[in-house]
Design a protein around this ligand. Structure first.
Ligand code: NAI
Ligand code: DG6
Length: 537
């Protein structure tokens, strides 16, 4: 079963002089291979791509001791927060329950870390692939060991909040409720302008006063106190609260770290609750992941994280429709089939849907859902005309090149509750003017798709705090990884990346980046699927 403790029964040991194991750490020498490409435009109108193989030496060090870790969720009393809390408790206490299909056993299905495997290599005796649990590749926190806590603007204790969410079977709720009755969300930052007005009625657990600086201090104190009370080594914070409206990016307000801190002191209107949490976490050195679509990480916030070498990741949990889209659009484009139109419709009846029925919050979601095919289309200039620098469209906007029409519709239908319905129509152009239409319908409990992602983000963010590197033989210091954790992208709809670098939306590339990074930390070459043994005599 997936909830068994594989890591206690299966071990990986790398047999290489490039890998050193001590009780404290796994240290590897790693040769990073890449290809640098220069485009040379010749006078005769031809373009030459000059590809130069490059290699760079790195050392990676992974601390082996898994710390005692806390997960604090912002929006703990919502559908995702209550569902993941109940899921962890059911797994931890081995609670089984009955539904109409019979006895159900707890698991972590839907978690990349806990329920998927990666190909370690080939068994030379049989020539067969050898697969290992993702969670065994490096020492990682087990979700059952996470200490849970968090904030919510609704003060309902977690057992009642779980009932309000209407996600889990009653027989399960009944059994985990006694554990959850004692759990009560901490009071949170509430600036009504950022979430839908329809949320006001649940806001009965809010921090007093108007001072944003005092709110930052209070959240910092909450993190410290949670750590102290539970004797924790680390705390990871995940925003799984309502989608906020976008913050305006204003020069002098949120464009630099110093200006952002000044804006907090001055109580500026454009500093959102999610950014208040981000600032508090950065200052407490607690990794902070944004599971919702709003632009929490304004430029000043990213700079602040860089300055403090703190870890941040976002945006927006990537669950069903967008995950499928990133795979399907890439399949079409990589097959040389040209998507012309992607029409995505969905309706849902949970509180997330209620909040998104407000236009400004919907807009944040629309933006995060819309960007997912951009890079895959831009990667194929045989199908899509590239953007022309400096060119303006008829309405005066910068030319973005050719891309498929892409529309996103979300409707609130209370009666369907957490059972989200997503429907997509992909219309593509085939050879010789033909048309190809794919229709995808996805019906599922939205929160049961989303909740395991909170674990993946937490576990991977924690792991990233224990990995350091040296770049080249002259590097004397062990450096922490870069602040923006783009390796979490697999679980995020609109990945935030290092400023100036490309966003990768391809789900397959995102997963490969993550698993190949874990392999690098074991001194193993990236998985290339070359499988030369099977192709030569
Ligand atoms: P929810 O509406 O059930 O829960 C959100 C919780 O946040 C509520 O309990 C609310 O009281 C609380 N909240 C609002 N503002 C807060 C603040 N400033 N501080 C603390 N708590 C606050 O929503 P759900 O379904 O749990 O989703 C959470 C977030 O994750 C939403 O932003 C949603 O868009 C995003 N998301 C959800 C997915 C899903 O499938 N459930 C998938 C992708 C993203
Ligand atoms: C309606 O789309 C509500 C949203 O919160 C989504 O359920 C959520 O963002 C998941 O979207 P997707 O595209 O990853 O399935």
């Amino acid at each position: 079963p997936t909830n068994a403790r594989h890591e206690q029964r299966e071990f990986i040991r790398v047999n290489s002089d490039k890998v050193q194991y001590t009780n404290e750490a796994i240290t590897t020498d790693y040769k990073y291979l890449n290809t640098h490409v220069e485009k040379v435009h010749h006078d005769d109108g031809t373009t030459e791509y000059v590809a130069t193989p490059i290699e760079r030496q790195y050392q990676f060090k992974t601390e082996r001791k898994v710390p005692r870790t806390g997960l604090m969720m912002v929006g703990w009393g919502g559908n995702n927060g209550t569902t993941i809390t109940a899921t962890i408790l059911a797994n931890k206490h081995n609670i089984t329950w009955h539904n109409k299909d019979g006895v159900q056993v707890p698991n972590y299905y839907g978690s990349l870390v806990r329920a998927s495997t990666i190909r370690l290599g080939t068994d030379p005796a049989t020539g067969k692939d050898v697969w290992v649990p993702f969670s065994n590749v490096l020492p990682m926190v087990h979700p059952n060991d996470l200490v849970l806590g968090g904030w919510d603007i609704s003060g309902l204790p977690m057992d009642q909040a779980m009932a309000r969410s209407k996600v889990l079977d009653y027989d399960l709720q009944r059994q985990v409720a006694p554990y959850m009755a004692e759990m009560k969300p901490l009071a949170s930052v509430y600036y009504p302008d950022f979430i839908a007005q329809n949320q006001e009625e649940r806001a009965d657990n809010t921090l007093p006063g108007q001072s944003k600086a005092a709110h930052v201090d209070q959240i910092r104190a909450d993190i410290r106190e949670f750590k102290r009370q539970n004797n924790l080594d680390k705390v990871i914070v995940v925003w799984t609260a309502n989608t906020e409206r976008y913050s305006e990016i204003l020069a002098g307000v949120n464009d630099t770290a110093d200006n952002l801190l000044k804006a907090v002191e001055q109580n500026h209107d454009e500093v959102s609750p999610s950014t208040i949490f981000a600032i508090a976490c950065i200052l407490e050195n607690a990794p902070y992941v944004n599971g919702a679509p709003q632009n929490t990480f304004v430029p000043g916030c990213i700079e602040l994280a860089e300055k403090h070498k703190a870890f941040i990741g976002g945006d927006d949990l990537k669950t069903g429709q967008t995950k499928v889209k990133s795979v399907l659009a890439e399949f079409l484009v990589n097959a040389g089939i040209k998507p012309l139109s992607i029409a995505s419709y969905n309706h849902l009846g949970n509180n997330d849907g209620y909040n998104l029925s407000s236009q400004r919050q919907f807009k944040s979601k629309e933006i995060s859902k819309a960007s997912v095919v951009d890079d895959c289309c831009a990667a194929n200039h045989l199908l899509y005309r590239p953007a022309v620098p400096g060119k303006k469209t008829a309405d005066g906007k910068a030319d973005k090149g050719e891309h498929p029409d892409h529309c996103i519709v979300i409707k609130y239908q209370p009666a369907v509750g957490d059972q989200k319905v997503a429907m997509d129509d992909y219309t593509s152009e085939l050879c010789m003017g033909g048309r190809n239409r794919l229709y995808v319908t996805n019906l599922c409990e939205d929160s049961l798709l989303a909740s395991p992602l909170l674990l993946d983000l937490t576990i991977l963010a924690e792991l990233m705090t224990r990995i350091t590197y040296k770049a080249g033989a002259d590097d004397k210091e062990w450096n922490s990884m870069y602040s923006v954790l783009s390796l979490l992208s697999y679980s995020l709809k609109a990945p935030v990346v290092k400023p100036g670098t490309d966003v990768v939306n391809s789900l397959n590339r995102q997963r490969a980046a993550c698993t190949n990074f874990l392999r690098a930390c074991l001194g193993l070459a990236p998985e290339s699927d070359l499988l030369l043994e099977t192709r030569v005599w």
